[in-house]
Design a protein around this ligand. Structure first.
Ligand code: AP5
Ligand code: MG
Length: 187
């Protein structure tokens, strides 16, 4: 089963994606984590990505498409995966759809975590106070929210045509949201 968790920065993709992937026994693929690791270890990918990430902008598709293809080709993702943070652009969605289809696979569910902008900002500022993600500055948070609306939110319409989008109220306790997701996908 392939499940995409879609939502604005701070909507809980990582938090809910982990719970879901653990329950289903499939890997969670998080492009943000892969890119942050690359920045930390100073690889060519990381050097390319850092400037965009710090500014809250998307890393260009020319850099990210190859990474996505590699992740979906891994044997552990053969039977299913939870996709956290990608696809994020029309080009990425096209690649994911095509790559899965080549292996006779497809996205089964899109979970859209719905959280008000006020709450998103509250969470990200809260995280900035305890962790130090370089894109949790007020300026980068603002850019991330705008980029989400401009580049990623339109994917909802793309997938809604297939009838696989489920809107999940993303405000409430982590446990309640996880229970709602379990109810929606039926396992
Ligand atoms: P990415 O790592 O994907 O970050 P993001 O989309 O900005 O989202 P976050 O990870 O900040 O939030 P989340 O939705 O995972 O929520 P979380 O569970 O952490 O991307 C970062 C950057 O990498 C991008 O800007 C871009 O530059 C680059 N990038 C990544 N993928 C890319 C791609 N495919 N193409 C191009 N560029 C890409 O929760 C947030 C906080 O809220 C946490 O502190 C958490 O504890 C708390 N929280 C969670 N749930 C609740 C709840 N129910 N109640 C209260 N608090 C909660
Ligand atoms: Mg995340």
């Amino acid at each position: 089963m392939f499940i995409l968790i879609l939502g604005a920065p701070g909507s809980g993709k990582g938090t809910q994606g982990k719970i879901l992937a653990d329950r289903l026994g499939v890997p969670k693929i998080t492009t943000g984590d892969i890119l942050r690791d690359a920045v930390r270890t100073g690889t060519a990918l990381g050097k390319e990505a850092k400037q965009y990430m710090d500014a809250g902008k998307l890393v260009p598709d020319s850099v990210v498409l190859g990474l996505i293809k590699d992740e979906l080709a891994k044997p552990e993702a053969k039977e299913g995966a939870v996709l956290d943070g990608f696809p994020r652009t029309a080009g990425q969605a096209e690649l994911v759809d095509r790559t899965l289809a080549e292996g006779g696979r497809r996205l089964n569910h899109i979970l859209l975590l719905d959280v008000t902008e006020e709450e998103l900002i509250r969470r990200l500022r809260g995280r900035a106070a305890v962790e130090s993600r370089s894109d949790d500055t007020p300026e980068a948070i603002q850019t991330r929210l705008q980029v989400y609306q401009r580049d990623t939110a339109p994917l909802v319409a793309h997938y809604a045509q297939r009838g696989i989008v489920h809107r999940v109220p993303g405000t409430g306790t982590v446990e309640d949201i996880a229970t709602e997701i379990k109810r929606i996908i039926g396992r």
